[in-house]
Structure formats: C-alpha cells, structure tokens
Design a protein around this ligand. Structure first.
Ligand code: SF4
Length: 86
C-alpha cells in the first residue's frame, strides 16, 4: 500500500529533502518542514524509493495514513503535476 509521505516533529529542519524532491512538495513550515500531500507521489514516476526518506538524517519522513493512494493514482498525480508545470 502506498501513501503520500509526511514529516514528523522529529524533523531538525536541515532542509536536505527540499532540493531532492522531484515534485517540489517539501516546504518550510512552522515549526518543521512540511510535505504537501497533493504534490507528493512517493517519488513514483521518478525513483524506486522516496528520496526524502532515503536522505533524511533524522528518519522523520513517514507514510501519511490520511493519504492512502495506489501506485496508479500516484503515477496519475505525477503526470498531472508534470503537465501543470509545462
Ligand atoms: Fe517529494 Fe518523493 Fe518525498 Fe514525496 S516522497 S515529498 S515526491 S521526495
């Protein structure tokens, strides 16, 4: 089961995830960084694994249980985001 990702309160605000997100879904929030679930595809369409999860030194990026989506739904989201960006 796939889901958009979310950042927990363990975030140390290092910001390493921001540049690595292919969908520009990560932004600085208060008090910690936030992932816009509408823009997160769990990196489906770009990478085999979520880049923010792989790179986070605080291990604070986890699946968002409020945003369960199938791989096909995530792929469609990725394609929609790509077409919106053009
Ligand atoms: Fe961005 Fe991928 Fe992390 Fe989602 S899982 S926020 S698309 S880097």
């Amino acid at each position: 089961m796939l889901m958009a990702m979310m950042i927990t309160e363990e975030c140390n605000n290092c910001g390493v995830c921001v540049e690595e997100c292919p969908n520009h879904a990560v932004f600085q929030g208060d008090p910690v960084y936030v992932i816009d679930a509408d823009n997160c595809t769990e990196c489906v369409g770009y990478f085999d694994e979520p880049q923010c999860v792989s790179l986070c030194p605080a291990d604070c990026v986890v699946p968002n249980p409020a945003r369960v989506e199938s791989r096909d739904e995530l792929l469609a989201k990725m394609q929609r985001l790509c077409s919106n960006a053009q």
